[in-house]
Ligand binder design. Structure first.
Ligand code: MN
Length: 157
């Protein structure tokens, strides 16, 4: 992450000097595809964190929900997102609010990476994955079923 003081210059592409590019999640319990994570701002004096996620073409984030909310700015590319019961197309400079305890997933288009800034609470709860029942309830909506495709996985926890 960026240090406590000073300017961190943009580097090649969507990377920044002194900011580490990490795998999306450390644990293997959630299903996702082709995402990297960079924490741009995280500081004990700040109650929030700003992260940059990049989903490769055709990739997607975990289908999850949690008590903390997200404020998202699409910085690069296009794709679709599920927020609650709505599937929407998204593109560069769109803003997306994900309220508390709302199912969400981001999917990149096939043509280009989908990059977005995501603001969250510094202290936050762990994401929940859908149970088999919850997934079936989501998929009862044909639009959501088509969005999720065959890849959606329920929690085994
Ligand atoms: Mn989330």
């Amino acid at each position: 992450m960026a240090g406590r003081t000073g300017v961190h210059r943009k580097a090649y592409g969507y990377e920044w000097d002194g900011v580490e590019k990490l795998p999306y999640k450390e644990d293997g319990r959630a299903l996702f595809k082709s995402i990297t994570r960079q924490t741009l701002f995280s500081d004990p004096d700040l109650d929030g964190e700003l992260r940059y996620f990049e989903v490769a073409p055709g990739g997607f984030s975990t289908l999850e929900r949690h008590e903390h909310m997200h404020a998202v700015l699409i910085l690069r590319g296009r794709g679709r997102c599920l927020v609650g019961n709505e599937v929407q197309t998204i593109e560069t400079r769109d803003l997306i609010t994900v309220p508390a305890l709302t199912w969400h997933q981001f999917r990149a288009s096939e043509g280009e990476p989908l990059g977005f800034l995501c603001m969250v609470n510094a202290k936050r709860d762990k994401p929940q994955l859908p149970t088999e029942e919850e997934l079936a309830r989501l998929k009862a909506d044909p639009g959501i079923a088509s969005f999720l495709g065959s890849e959606a996985k329920h929690s085994t926890a």
